[in-house]
Design a protein. Structure first.
Ligand code: NAP
Length: 255
C-alpha cells in the first residue's frame, strides 16, 4: 500500500464504473485524485466521500468533454483543486478513461455525422488535447494511461465508430510513448472487456449469461478488476513498460 503516496492523479470520468474504481484504487495507494465528471455531480461527490472514508484524498472536477471550451474548463478546475490541496499544480498521473458509446449501437449504414463527430470528440479528440495540456503539468517520470476497448480486437459492426475511436486512442499511446520517453513519462493503454459498470443491461439474466461466455473465465468483469491493471501501470513497478496495451478483459475471445 501507499505506492503512490505524494502523487497526484486525474481520472476522467471517475464518477462511475471503471473510472470510479480507478480513482479509489489510486487513492488507496496514497495518490490525491481529481474525480472528473460530466453530468453526475452527485456520483462524483460520492466517489470522493468513499475515498475520504477509507483515509484517502480526492476532489471533484466538472467538465463536459466534447464541447467547445471543455479542456479549458477541465484544467481550470483541476489546477484550482491541485493548488488548494498541494500548493502547486503538478499532475503525476493522467488516466484518460471517460468515454461514450452509442447506447444501443447502430449499423454503419445508420450512423449520422453528428453521432460520428460526438464519439470522436469525446473518445479521441478530448484525450489527445487533455494529454497535450497535461504535459505542462506532468513532471519527468509521470504516467499517462489511456482506456481502450476489446472491440479494437474483434469485429462488432454495430459499434464500428466507437471501435474506430478506441483504435485512435491506442495510436495516441503508441506515438506519445515514443515522444515522451526522453522524459521517462510512460504511456500505456488498458483494454477492458465487458465490465459491469452498473448499467441496467447487466441486470438482465439472459444478457448477462450471453456476455459471460465471451470471457475465458465465463463471467463479466468487475470495475476493480480493470482498475487494478490501471493502478499497476501508475506504480513504479511498471517503470519499464511503455507503449504497451495491457489486456484486462478476462481473456475475452481467447478461443
Ligand atoms: P461508465 O460507467 O459509462 O462511465 C462513464 C464515465 O465517463 C462517467 O464518469 C461519465 O461522467 C464520464 N463521461 C461520459 N461522457 C462524458 C463526457 N462527454 N464528458 C465528460 N465525462 C464523460 O463507463 P465505463 O463503462 O466504466 O467505461 C469506462 C471506460 O472504459 C470508457 O472509456 C469505455 O469506453 C471503456 N470500456 C468499458 C467497457 C465496459 O464494458 N464497461 C468495455 C470496454 C471499454 P458522468 O457520470 O458525469 O456522466
Amino acid at each position: 500500500m501507499n505506492k503512490l503516496s505524494g502523487k497526484t492523479a486525474l481520472v476522467t470520468g471517475s464518477s462511475r464504473g471503471i473510472g470510479r474504481a480507478t480513482a479509489i484504487g489510486l487513492a488507496r495507494e496514497g495518490a490525491l485524485v481529481a474525480v472528473h465528471y460530466a453530468r453526475n455531480g452527485q456520483a462524483a461527490q460520492e466517489t470522493v466521500e468513499f475515498i475520504e472514508k477509507v483515509g484517502g484524498r480526492a476532489f471533484t472536477v466538472h467538465a463536459e468533454l466534447g464541447v467547445p471550451g471543455d479542456i479549458d474548463q477541465l484544467f481550470s478546475g483541476l489546477e484550482a483543486g491541485l493548488q488548494e490541496h498541494t500548493g502547486q499544480t503538478t499532475l503525476d498521473i493522467l488516466v484518460n478513461n471517460a468515454g461514450e458509446t452509442l447506447p444501443t449501437g447502430a449499423a454503419p449504414e445508420e450512423v449520422s455525422a453528428e453521432q460520428f463527430d460526438r464519439l470522436y470528440a469525446v473518445n479521441a479528440k478530448a484525450p489527445f488535447f487533455i494529454a497535450q495540456r497535461a504535459l505542462g503539468l506532468i513532471p519527468d517520470g509521470g504516467r499517462i494511461i489511456n482506456i481502450s476497448s476489446g472491440l479494437t480486437r474483434v469485429a462488432n459492426p454495430s459499434q464500428t465508430v466507437y471501435s474506430m475511436t478506441k483504435g485512435a486512442i491506442e495510436q495516441l499511446t503508441l506515438h506519445l510513448a515514443r515522444h515522451l520517453a526522453p522524459r521517462e513519462i510512460n504511456v500505456n493503454t488498458v483494454i477492458p472487456g465487458i465490465t459491469d459498470n452498473g448499467n441496467t443491461i447487466f441486470k438482465i439474466p439472459e444478457v448477462r449469461e450471453q456476455m459471460s461466455q465471451l470471457s475465458a473465465f465465463k463471467r463479466i468483469g468487475e470495475p476493480d478488476e480493470v482498475a487494478d491493471a490501471i493502478v499497476f501501470l501508475a506504480t513504479d513497478e511498471a517503470r519499464w513498460i511503455t507503449g504497451a496495451a495491457l489486456d484486462a478483459s478476462g481473456g475475452s475471445l481467447l478461443g
